[in-house]
Design a binder for this molecule. Structure first.
Ligand SMILES: C[S@@+](CC[C@H](N)C(=O)[O-])C[C@H]1O[C@@H](n2cnc3c(N)ncnc32)[C@H](O)[C@@H]1O
Length: 422
């Protein structure tokens, strides 16, 4: 890609709305079910506005973008001659109503939260994993290590893998669709990169790309290698508190720094996207010693080793962590059934609470489950919080106050780690 194309002086214009009407094609109907517009706010020629619905031509970032609009917007707004936001800017490829909804949040976007101390991490080579992020000091579970505005936020559905060869043979029309869809998405990302600062654009292009040998286009390859789910933003109705947007409605984020964090099935950090400040946070979920590498989990850990392997395939590496190397049918079963077993225990717990008295032996299987879960490194996973609650209730019922207090404290610390969207 020609460098000059990416960030010319033209790229930050007044925030009037220019737009390109996407050509008629089936795959665009997939992108947007109604009218097919890419609204590129402040984008220069050659993306001339064509016949757009009147609402998309309103000269205001608070415009009510229509259902069928895909916008490219800079968050926070950035005018050509105005100062840059000290917390940085994100380019957001977003469906119109979601942009409108977000821009209308009171006080949006707020400044990004700052870690208590600076220089908590360094990015450097990690054996066999390319670059990685390492702790520069001792870090306590719960500490905010880093927060940053992503370089790019995009609809996850736009970059999801296209059908494999066997699927294509079964349905050849799928092939044409996917190929042209990919070209289109790639073009959309090019447009988006043009809007970034030189530094942002350089940072994006410097990120790892493990998709250079498959059918992925270069920029899509970078997104597929580096994107994190940006929970908290999505299209359509909001999910219940703490819930996820359904398939095809979520957004992903590519970050300059956070995207250097490698994967482990025993993660010591977690990523949280905060809609209010439009930023990605990395917090420690375990105590971390200076010099240790920071790892997040790229996949759902409550699935078997085979399931994790399949989920990680898009990143083109095989996890060599002890849990993957030494997985057994028993450990796979524990992961698969953990959430269900805890839900069942929670229900049983209601009966135990009402019973006049309970026998101390009912604790045995519950404590055994906790032991197994800790051994398997699953004590950072959401069902663990419920399990702690069950143990705490049982100890209280049995009159073992000190033990109950201990579990209340562990549970309180666990909850502090799960910072949800404010
Ligand atoms: C989001 S990037 C992480 C940063 C990357 N290592 C770099 O050099 O920029 C994801 C890529 O890092 C590598 N990676 C991450 N975790 C790994 C692991 N546990 N083992 C081997 N490679 C890993 C894979 O190549 C993966 O596609």
């Amino acid at each position: 890609m020609k460098r000059g194309f990416l960030n010319t002086s033209k790229s930050k214009k007044e925030p009037h709305l220019l737009a390109t009407q996407m050509q008629e094609s089936d795959e665009k109907r997939d992108l947007n079910k109604s009218s097919q517009n890419v609204v590129d706010i402040a984008h220069p020629a050659p993306y001339e506005p064509k016949a757009l619905p009147p609402s998309t031509m309103v000269n205001s970032p608070r415009a009510d973008y229509g259902e069928g609009t895909l916008a490219v917007s800079t968050i926070p707004e950035h005018f050509e001659d105005g100062p840059a936001d000290p917390d940085g800017h994100t380019e957001w490829i977003v469906r119109g109503p979601t942009l409108t909804k977000t821009l209308n949040l009171p006080g949006f976007p707020s400044p990004i939260p700052k870690p208590r101390r600076q220089n908590m991490y360094i990015i450097k080579p990690s054996k066999g994993m390319g670059l990685g992020m390492f702790a520069m000091c001792d870090i306590k579970a719960g500490d905010l290590i880093l927060s940053e505005r992503p370089l790019l936020v995009y609809p996850i559905a736009a970059v999801q893998d296209t059908p494999n060869q066997r699927e294509l043979l079964r349905s050849p029309t799928q092939n044409t669709k996917s190929a042209s869809q990919m070209v289109e998405y790639e073009q959309l990302i090019e447009v988006t990169l043009e809007r970034m600062s030189d530094e942002g654009c350089f940072a994006f292009l410097s990120l790892a790309n493990v998709h250079t040998k498959d059918r992925s286009r270069p920029l899509l390859g970078i997104i597929k290698t580096n994107g994190y789910e940006a929970m908290g933003i999505g299209d359509g109705p909001e999910p219940p508190s703490g819930g996820r947007y359904g398939p095809g409605r979520g957004y992903g984020a590519v970050c300059e720094l956070g995207s250097r964090v490698n994967h482990s099935c025993l993660p010591n950090v977690a990523f949280w996207f905060k809609r209010s400040s439009f930023s990605m946070q990395i917090t420690a979920i375990k105590d971390i010693k200076a010099g240790e590498e920071l790892f997040s989990s790229y996949c759902d850990l409550l699935q078997s080793a085979a399931g994790r392997k399949a989920a990680l395939a898009i990143y083109r590496f095989e996890c060599k962590c002890a849990f993957c190397l030494h997985a057994t049918p028993i450990t796979d079963q524990l992961r698969g059934e953990f959430a269900v077993r805890v839900r069942r225990l929670t229900k049983q717990c209601e009966g135990w609470i009402r019973a006049p008295r309970v026998d101390a032996t009912i604790l045995d299987p519950v404590l055994q489950l906790e032991k197994d879960v800790i051994k398997e490194g699953l004590d950072t996973q959401p069902p663990y919080r419920l399990l702690l609650g069950v143990i705490q209730v049982l100890y209280t019922k049995l009159g073992m106050r000190e033990k109950a207090k201990h579990y209340t404290e562990i549970r309180r610390r666990f909850e502090a780690l799960c910072r949800e969207e404010e």
